[in-house]
Design a protein around this ligand. Structure first.
Ligand SMILES: C[S@@+](CC[C@H](N)C(=O)[O-])C[C@H]1O[C@@H](n2cnc3c(N)ncnc32)[C@H](O)[C@@H]1O
Length: 320
């Protein structure tokens, strides 16, 4: 009971909020000048300039998600990774922006996906690639959190579940490239898993053309692909979950991925409160799934980043 009260208190107290109203005001003025300059230099073939500028804004504007601790095991969850994880949480108080050149590259890439008119259908939705891309992809705010995780935790082997069009994978890969020469493994690489052939084809072509052999895109459902990955890759340091959005999917995928994760690995779940009536089963109960992950004995430290993301550090001693 005492433990439950302590956990509840931890959730209620945000870790910190760094930006003052003066910071926010100054950022707004700076950003207006930067965006005006970037738009003056924008490629001439941009088809959706308002969305393009919004993408740039999401990469650069001040971003201060609330960080709430939901679990902190007693004892040291592993000196090296716990120290980096603590520093990462500090950094996420004001999420670092991405570099301007990369922001422009990604904004132009998003613009080209938005213009795709090929038919796209899922069980409960029908439209075109452009509209589906807009609903399902990561833009600057999420991309920056992924980049910050890579920057602070220096993973050399990453696994992403739910590739879609390759936007989040691009943020991860670019952040890994920045550590070439500094990272433990300068050849850091990413494996992604995507169930739908249409998205898999687009993403794997894009990612291979930009990152070559550093990325491997698996086609299939996580339930089939994850068990088959055992023994085929080095221990995973960073797992990004953005595949099935339901309690069952969260818990299943976490358990299936555990044998692949190394000690001190970081796990990020997107959309922990997701419930989109266009796609959701009656009650996806994602937050219940996330909390089941948090309660797993392998999880040493867990926080919620803003309303959407759950971030966990595994202990050094595998509890799996
Ligand atoms: C929200 S989108 C991923 C977005 C992408 N990570 C990004 O941020 O740009 C979710 C993707 O996961 C795929 N997916 C859903 N359930 C899956 C499963 N169990 N196994 C593999 N892929 C799955 C969907 O087809 C969809 O493309």
């Amino acid at each position: 009971m005492k433990n439950r009260i302590a956990q509840w208190l931890l959730r209620c107290v945000p870790r910190w909020s760094r930006a003052t109203p003066v910071d926010v005001e100054r950022d707004r003025a700076n950003l207006a000048a930067v965006l005006a300059r970037l738009m003056a230099d924008a490629p001439g073939d941009i088809r959706y300039p308002a969305a393009y500028i919004d993408f740039l804004r999401s990469c650069l504007e001040i971003q201060t998600p609330r960080i709430r601790t939901v679990k902190r095991s007693r004892g040291d969850p592993g000196t090296g990774s716990a120290k980096s994880f603590g520093s990462l949480l500090d950094a996420l108080g004001t999420v670092p922006p991405v570099e301007i050149g990369f922001a422009r590259e990604m904004a132009a890439l998003a613009d080209s996906f938005r213009g795709m008119t090929e038919r796209m259908e899922s069980a409960s939705w029908a439209g075109d690639i452009g509209a589906h891309f807009e609903m399902s992809s990561s833009f600057g705010h999420k991309g920056r959190i992924l980049a910050a995780i890579v920057r602070f935790m220096h993973p050399s082997s990453c696994l992403e579940l739910g590739t879609a069009y390759g936007m989040s994978a691009s943020f991860i890969l670019r952040a890994m490239e920045r550590h070439v020469g500094e990272a433990r493994d300068p050849k850091g690489w990413l494996t992604t898993v995507e169930a739908r052939a249409q998205q898999h084809a687009l993403a794997s072509r894009l990612l291979a053309s930009r990152h070559g052999e550093r990325v491997r895109c698996e086609l299939g459902w996580t339930r089939d692909v994850l068990p088959a990955l055992g023994g085929k890759m080095p221990p995973v340091d960073f797992l990004f979950h953005d595949a099935g959005h339901s309690r069952r999917d969260f818990v299943h995928d976490f358990r299936a991925a555990l044998p692949l994760l190394g000690p001190g690995a970081v796990v990020l779940f997107d959309d922990i409160d997701w419930d989109d009536p266009r796609f959701a089963r009656s009650n996806p109960a994602c937050h219940w799934g996330w909390m089941e992950v948090v309660r797993h004995p392998a999880v040493a430290w867990a926080v919620e980043v803003g309303p959407d993301m759950g971030l966990a550090l595994l202990g050094e001693i595998a509890g799996r």
